[in-house]
Structures are given as C-alpha cells and as structure tokens.
Design a protein around this ligand. Sequence first.
Ligand code: FES
Length: 349
Amino acid sequence: MFPEPEKATFDIVINGRAVTADSSMSVLEAAEACGIYIPTLCHHPLLAPAGSCRLCVVEVEGLRGLLGACTLPSEPGMIVRTETPRIQEFRRATLESIIRMHPRDCLICPENLRCELQTVVSHVQPAPVPFVPGPPQLKEVGLFFARDYNLCIKCGRCIRACQEMRGNRALYFLHDECGLHVGTPLGASMDNAACESCGACVDVCPTGALRSNDQAGLPERTIKTICPYCAVGCQLKLEIKNGRVMQSWPDHDGPANHGQACVKGHFGIAQFVHSPERLSKPLIRQQGELREASWDEALDFIAIRLKSYLPEETAVVSSARCTNEENYLLQKLARVALGTNSVDHCARL
Ligand code: FES
C-alpha cells in the first residue's frame, strides 16, 4: 500500500480555541479531534455524512445561518461557535421534535448503556414535551439481535451502514400506514431481505432500537483480539464480565476490517468460547472409539505414526482457522521435519 500524501494543516478557531485541521476534515471532525463536544445523531465516523438530524449546527463568522458541522468542510481561518443561545435554542427545538414520539422512560433507561440519544438529551436539555405515541412499530427478537422500532429516531444510520459499509440493501426507509419507518423491502423477514446478520446496523444505532442479544450490562473490561474464525485477521473488542466473554464488537482501528465483522465474529465468539460442547482435550481414536488423552500422549502418538511414513507418502493440509504464525509453523514442520513439500491450505478453495 502506498503511504498517503501528507495533508497541509491549518488553524481554525472553535469557541475561541485554535484547532489544527486539514481540508479533508469537517468542522465536526476538527472539533472532535480536540475534544470539543458537538451533539450528533445521524453522524457516525464510519459513514458518509448525511446532515439530516440538524443537531450539530454551529455558527461561523462571516457565514449566514446555522450550518451543520458534520457536512461543513474546515477552511483556514474559520471562526466557529458551537454553543451560542441561538444554537442552543435551535437544538432544543429540533431534539424536542425528535423525542416527541420517543417513549419517555427510554431516555433514562440504563439497560442499553450505550444510548447516544441519552447523551445528547443530557447535553441539550430539551423541555419536557408531552409524549405523543405513534402507531406501534415492529418489535422482534431475531437470532442474533433484537429490533424495536418504537425506539427508532429515524436517523437512517442502520440503512446507510447496510448499504455503504456492507454493500447490502436489507434495510430501507418505508412509508405506509405506520408513517415513515425503517424496514425491509415489502416487509420481508430479515433473512428473506438478504440480511447477513453482520450486525453493522446494530453497531451504529444510537438508541436501543437495534440491540445485540448478547448485551448484558457494562463490561468490567474490554480487550482487543483477533477473530479466530478465519485468516482475514479482523480485530475485535471482547467485553469481559465475571471472567466470561459477554460479547464482541468489530474494532474501528482494525487494519483488516475497519470496524466491520461477519456474523461469526460479531455474534459467535461468546457462544463458542464458553460452549460446553467445545473440545478442550485431545481425543485419540482406538478401535473406532474416541477417548480423551493428555497432550503429551496425543503428541507422542502422532509423532510415532508420522515417523512410520516416507516423505513422499506424506502431505500436510493446514487451515484457514489457524493464525498466519501457526500456518507458517505447520509448513516448517512439513518441509523440515517430515521432508515433504506437499503442503496445501483449505483457504485455497
Ligand atoms: Fe450533523 Fe446530524 S450530525 S446533521
């Protein structure tokens, strides 16, 4: 890969503070890079800006009106304000209209624990507007994640994640007797709508409308690891509680996956790590029956059997489930110890 050409940087002023930016950054990104909070709901760092929620508005000296920081490119010498009385009043009115049909208890519910809407509400402090219940929306628990569109704020992030990040089209905005809502084409089940259950929509949902079935409170710690399911090398974050893996998330910093994972990496880690059916001891087949053995016994058994074959009688097939290092060691074993160059790999399929 070629190194990216260096971008020329310049200063802009946000809330009286000089902030370094470059021409590829929006005002929102420049503010976030130096820790200045601007409330957002439709913006997500892995998605192209949509500019639809209007919560990120700012004022820029010399420009008229309120401008969406997520779609506004940084320019040298800009003087930006993010918290004037006009901005605050506009944000309050905008947020009030967004949460008018949102169940009130949801805004203080601790269950989701990642709710961005709650963070935005506590920053913007909207007036206590009366709750106007809309038509009941779809609520279902799927195999890997649950959908409750009564909690949806129609930011469109899930639709954009499905289309932009995954190149899939399982979700759309629909308009019918339930009003504007997110759904599948012709109301098909997620399976029939070509959903791959990758969970990209779950990762970007700013409310509890889309939630992993594995979600079980805040973790005690999070560790980064590489997904063991195949050799792509997707970086995951594992959430750990009481010594158990609770759930896994694709890591935004992962160089191989850039915040994405397949259904196995996203929803299949905790199950297999703690599965009672998982093999944890070697098994040796004797007289057609498998019996448990120690590692020493199993390795001795294999070594003795391998020694009884000539190099030209031997071939080694390694696995895409192994790490690159393990695959390297296996071909080394084949060439140096077994004396064969007949080495193959199942990922060649
Ligand atoms: Fe900018 Fe929604 S975050 S318009």
